[in-house]
Design a protein around this ligand. Structure first.
Ligand code: ADP
Ligand code: ADP
Length: 236
């Protein structure tokens, strides 16, 4: 799970500092998808960066799958991300020259042939299995330019799951997609989160998907203002 306790994050701003996240506590249990929404500039990206251990907060504690990441140094946090955290960003960071299948085999820029030789049999099998799970078994040999936006996002999600992360951090997964494709991506994230028991934290501006998530937090000016299931709020 993801456990954020009393997180405060500031950035330098001229001679003073600007508070992007102000004493925020948030928990994401295994097998659930928790949404984070709110206006631009409210601190969502900053909180995601803290939850994914990319940025260390000024104050507060970050616990990832039972490991206290608060006082880990840069290389220890990198190791924690390699073993525990899957990242899916808004902008596709797929490599143009690799097929969907090869994207899952490489974590850094290797040639396609090298990737195939280097990957162990278990890794290749997992890549095939994950492509099948996200509905891209038939598209495994296609390169990003031959895939639709939704299909590229599926490759991103499959790739984020290659190392069996306990935590999945997802930034605006549906922003570039129409309603139907966006809905399919949410379905996929809900299913994979349950199947793999990941703790999934998702930032979105897409109001249509909020009722489907386990819970949604609304962030304004660095604070969480509302909590609870959006579906409950709408029904109530
Ligand atoms: P969004 O609502 O999509 O997050 P923003 O404009 O708030 O858009 O932020 C876009 C990116 O720019 C983020 O990565 C954020 O960290 C960065 N950013 C936002 N404000 C500043 C700033 N004042 N100085 C430097 N980087 C910033
Ligand atoms: P959101 O993701 O909700 O748009 P951000 O986390 O990007 O919000 O930004 C929160 C606040 O922190 C904003 O006032 C933004 O301008 C500021 N900010 C974000 N990133 C930086 C940065 N790298 N340096 C300075 N200020 C930043």
């Amino acid at each position: 799970m993801i456990d954020l306790d009393n997180i405060t994050l500031t950035y330098p701003d001229g001679t003073s500092r600007i508070t992007a996240v102000d004493d925020v506590s948030l928990r994401v249990a295994a097998g659930t998808v928790v949404g984070l929404t709110g206006p631009s500039g409210s601190g969502k990206s900053s909180l995601l960066a803290v939850a994914s251990t990319l940025i260390r907060p000024d104050r507060g504690t970050v616990t990832i799958d039972g490991i206290d990441a608060t006082n880990l140094d840069l290389s220890e946090r990198a190791e924690l991300r390699r073993t525990k955290v899957g990242l899916v960003f808004q902008q596709s960071n797929l490599l143009g020259s690799l097929t969907a299948y090869e994207q899952l085999l490489v974590m850094n820029e290797l040639t396609a042939q090298h990737a195939r030789r280097a990957a162990r049999a278990a890794t290749r099998e997992r890549a095939r299995h994950l492509l099948d799970t996200v509905g891209l078994a038939a598209d495994a040999e296609k390169r990003p330019a031959q895939l639709s936006g939704g299909e590229r996002q599926r490759v991103n999600i499959a790739r984020a799951l290659m190392h069996e992360p306990a935590v999945l951090i997802v930034d605006e997964p549906t922003s570039a997609l129409d309603q139907e494709r966006g809905g399919q991506i949410v379905d996929l994230l809900l299913r994979l989160t349950a199947q793999h028991s990941t703790a999934t934290l998702l930032v979105t501006h897409d109001r249509r998907i909020l009722p489907r998530l386990t819970k949604t937090h609304v962030m304004v000016d660095g604070h969480l203002t509302a909590e609870g299931s959006m579906a409950d709020q709408m029904r109530g």
